[in-house]
Design a protein around this ligand. Sequence first.
Ligand code: MTE
Ligand code: MO
Length: 200
Amino acid sequence: MATRGFTGRRRETDPRLPPGQYDTGRDWPVLTAEVTPNLRPETWTMSVDGLVERPSTWTWDEMHALPQSRYEGDIHCVTTWSMLGTSFEGVSVDLLLEAAGVRPEAAFVLATSTTGYTTNLPLADVTGGKAWVAWSHEGRPLTPDHGGPVRLLVPHLYFWKSAKWVTRLTLLDHDVQGFWERNGYHDRGDPWTEQRYQGD
Ligand SMILES: Nc1nc2c(c(=O)[nH]1)N[C@H]1C(S)=C(S)[C@@H](COP(=O)(O)O)O[C@H]1N2
Ligand SMILES: [Mo]
C-alpha cells in the first residue's frame, strides 16, 4: 500500500503531466467513436482545401516522398491519461499548408476523417512545427485502431484533436465545430489550462 501511494504521488508530480492527468505508462488506450475502418494505403489520399491558393491532394507514395519529420514527446487524452516520452513519424502539416498556399483570411482548420469524424482547430495550432500527419508510432506503422494508415497528430492539445484516419484539412475563415466539440468539448483543448469542455 505504501509503495502504491508513493508511486501515485510521484506520477502526479511529474512536470510533464498537465493538471488532472495520470501517466498511462506504455499502455496506449484506444478511444474510437466510430467503427474502425479498414483502409488500404494504396487508395488513401490526403487533401488540403478550402481557403488555399492550390487545393492539393497527396497519395500515400507522394506523401512519403516529402521530407519526413518526427515528434518526440507526450500526448494527453481528455479522459485523463497521458503517454510520456513517446514518438511519431510522418510529415509536418506546415509542408502541406505551404504547398497548398494558405490564403490570408484563413484562421481555422477543420480536419475530416474517412469515417466522417471531424475536429476543429485554430490555424495557429497546426502551424509552426506543432502538428503532423503521422503514419508510424515508435518506428512501427500505426495500427488501424490507432488511426492507421495515417492520423493527424497535434500533441500540444488534447488528443481528440488528433483525428484518426485523417483524409482532409479544410482551411476556413470562421470556426466550425467538429464531432466532439458539438458534443460539448472545447474548441481549442489546451491540456495545460484544462480546456476540457465548452466554457472552460
Ligand atoms: N476518427 C477518429 N479520430 C479520433 C477519435 C475518434 O473517435 N475517431 N477519438 C479521439 C480521441 S477522444 C482520442 S483520445 C484519440 C485516441 O487515439 P488512440 O485511440 O490512438 O489512443 O483519438 C482521437 N481521434
Ligand atoms: Mo480522448
